[in-house]
Design a protein around this ligand. Structure first.
Ligand code: BGC
Length: 414
């Protein structure tokens, strides 16, 4: 057992996790809460250790998680349970904050921005010491964050940028532009688009919800890779949908993606035009797109991309139905959030030295130039994603401890 697992387990016992609600004590934690089982916390913990270099992972984990948040309460607001990635983040965040001595309380907003605002207000009323927020609607939290600031509660903005506020202590995310690039590069490479002499390729784009800034970066990262080929008419987007708004998938919904794909197939590909690839912003969208292709397309193999390495999609990759996904090591994202959170709670402003001091074995860059949210440029910690195909599932997902093989298929450890 790693030091981190042990710390997580002990903290878990102390904070009564595994029960359906967590009371912070002192009578101020009386709103309904979600909690994460100790099993999944331990799994997240070992997965995180697994992501570090094998030989020194134990000592490194222990060093990078000094107990600096003893007795502190952390309110964590996540967008939904619909997308399985947020459940993994919940487990990893809980474990990482517990390892620092803090108690974490999670709320999921069911993709409803009003519910999320109400949940955060409850956390403020319960006098949490730190908020960790992934917005449902990036533009809907200006007032709530002003209230957090007035109450003296610092904010970690987790994964999706919150717009129009100066009240964020630190933004922690992966490089979403790079994820879009990875998806596009895979397609360009597989189809041999750059080497093509006269062939035409048909590609369609399925973006995430346009209220999520990540969707913008993902779309731009992918689209920018195709721009020259689109201008040269080597790549044709038959639907004509070449903007974020036109390719938006409301709430990143699998059903919405399926319906849009069906419509596109019926309108533009029913005449035996070959569809070569669909750039799907994430794995839920990819599932919807693949359902539509299965039902309504007989024109041969279509390259389908994704993001998140969800179990269902990894099975599709093993079966050759989905071509690739992009894995974002949520344990590392949670570790960066907990580190930045502990700085804020201790009155320190995260800067370049946070990354230097943490000395993580994974890539993480401090960036105070890129993420302008319309009010300020938010100091950010940016992690590096990994492109995953059938060929590197073992190396990137199983050997790192995040997944285990069940028969032929990789399954998440938590
Ligand atoms: C996250 C993705 C996720 C999507 C839908 C994005 O903001 O970065 O990992 O698939 O939201 O929940």
């Amino acid at each position: 057992m790693t030091a981190l697992v042990l710390a997580g387990t002990i903290a878990c016992m102390l904070s009564a996790c595994g029960q359906s609600s967590i009371d912070y004590g002192g009578g101020d934690g009386d709103f309904e809460t979600e909690s994460v089982s100790s099993e999944s916390e331990s799994a997240a913990s070992s997965a995180e250790s697994g992501s570090e270099t094998a030989a020194d992972s134990d000592s490194e984990s222990a060093e990078s998680t000094p107990v600096t948040m003893e007795g502190k309460k952390v309110g964590i607001a996540l967008p939904s349970k619909e997308q399985t990635r947020w459940l993994k983040d919940a487990a990893a965040l809980t474990e990482r904050f517990q390892a620092k001595g803090a108690r974490a309380e999670i709320q999921f907003a069911d993709d409803n921005a009003d519910s999320q605002a109400a949940q955060i207000r409850s956390m403020i009323a319960a006098k949490v010491d730190l908020l960790v927020i992934t917005p449902v609607d990036s533009n809907a939290l200006t007032d709530v964050l002003a209230e957090a600031k007035a109450a003296g509660i610092p904010v970690i903005n987790y994964d999706r940028l919150i717009e129009k506020t100066g009240d964020i202590g630190c933004f922690v995310t992966f490089d979403n532009y790079q994820i879009g690039e990875m998806q596009a590069e895979y397609v360009i490479d597989q189809l041999g688009i750059d080497e093509s002499t006269g062939d035409k390729f048909h590609v369609e784009f399925f973006s995430g919800d346009e209220n999520d800034r990540n969707s913008y970066y993902l779309f731009r990262g992918a689209y920018d890779e195709f721009i020259d080929a689109i201008h040269a008419k080597t790549v044709i987007v038959s639907s004509g949908d070449t903007t974020l708004t036109a390719t938006d998938t409301t709430d990143w919904s699998q059903d919405a993606a399926e319906q849009r794909m069906k419509k596109i197939l019926k309108t533009y590909y029913a005449d035996s035009t070959k569809l070569d690839a669909v750039i799907c912003a994430d794995d839920q969208i990819a599932l919807g797109v693949m359902k539509a292709l299965d039902a309504d397309y007989n024109g041969g193999d279509v390259i389908v991309t994704g993001q998140d390495a969800d179990d269902a999609n990894l099975a599709k990759i093993v079966d050759g139905k989905q071509s690739m996904t992009v894995f974002k090591a949520f344990g590392n994202e949670a570790a960066a959030a907990a580190e930045a959170g502990s700085w804020l709670v201790n009155g320190k402003t995260p800067d370049e030295s946070l990354v230097e001091d943490a000395d993580w074995s994974f890539d993480c860059a401090y960036d105070d130039e890129t993420y302008n949210n319309g009010t300020v440029t938010v100091p950010s910690l940016i992690l590096t994603p990994v492109s995953v195909t059938a060929k590197n599932i073992q190396k990137e997902l199983v050997d790192t401890g995040y997944y285990t093989m069940e028969g032929d298929y990789p399954v998440s450890v938590n």
